[in-house]
Design a protein. Structure first.
Lengths: 112, 111
């Protein structure tokens, strides 16, 4: 069992380019999340999906879109990357309700 | 702004000293969770507190949930080098599924 798998692990983009970060889980969890981590800012919630077919904005959704493709997969898209989106991105999943979150290994994104 | 606040942002201690990080929410939380992230790693769940005034222990780690369920703390007794990392609190904001994290406290230890 891989748990939560994020691809790619590293990416460098030029300003204005687009890309999609992929997240897949084999834990049969209902809820999935995208966070970004910046020094001094902790983990900030970008978007989440409480269940298949639903998505909701988090604390910092501007500049991002998401797709809950199916129960297993939750992707994060940057349509026009900006240097301010340089960050480490984490995907997380939870079974449901007030349960623990399981994180992927992270994607380190640099926008130049 | 950030709905779950955590202090301090950084803490450096000598090995063997105690360490405490504090978490405060602007709203009452149904529960609070604590995570640890080792340098270069991803956050890993430590514990969840649910009841008002709850205290839980894991070896040298003591977790408390405030009576009003708006604050929490993590205390480590006699730190060891294996405790190095960033400690995060997290709580559900505006619904059970919206899990929001604090800024984290980065602990470094002088051996």
């Amino acid at each position: 069992n891989a748990g939560v798998t994020q691809t790619p692990k590293f990416q460098v983009l030029k300003t204005g380019q687009s890309m999609t970060l992929q997240c897949a889980q084999d834990m049969n969890h209902n809820s999935m999340y995208w966070y970004r981590q910046d020094p001094g800012m902790g983990l900030r919630l970008i978007y989440y999906s409480a269940s298949e077919g639903t998505t909701d904005k988090g604390e910092v959704p501007n500049g991002y879109n998401v797709s809950r493709l199916n129960k297993r997969e939750f992707s994060l898209r940057l349509e026009s990357a900006a240097p301010s989106q340089t960050s480490v991105y984490f995907c997380a999943t939870r079974r449901t309700g007030n349960t623990e979150a399981f994180f992927g290994q992270g994607t380190r994104l640099t926008v130049v | 702004g950030q709905q779950v606040m955590q202090i301090p942002q950084y803490q450096h201690v000598q090995e063997g000293e105690d360490f405490t990080t504090y978490c405060n929410s602007s709203t009452t939380l149904s529960n609070i969770q604590w995570y640890k992230q080792r340098p270069g790693g991803h956050p890993v769940f430590l514990i969840q507190l649910v009841k008002s005034g709850e205290v839980k222990k894991q070896k040298r780690l003591t977790f408390q949930f405030g009576e009003a369920k708006k604050n929490s703390s993590l205390h480590i007794t006699a730190t060891q080098t294996t405790d190095v990392g960033t400690y995060f609190c997290a709580g559900p904001i505006q619904g059970a599924q919206k899990l929001v994290f604090g800024q984290g406290t980065r602990l470094t230890i002088n051996p």
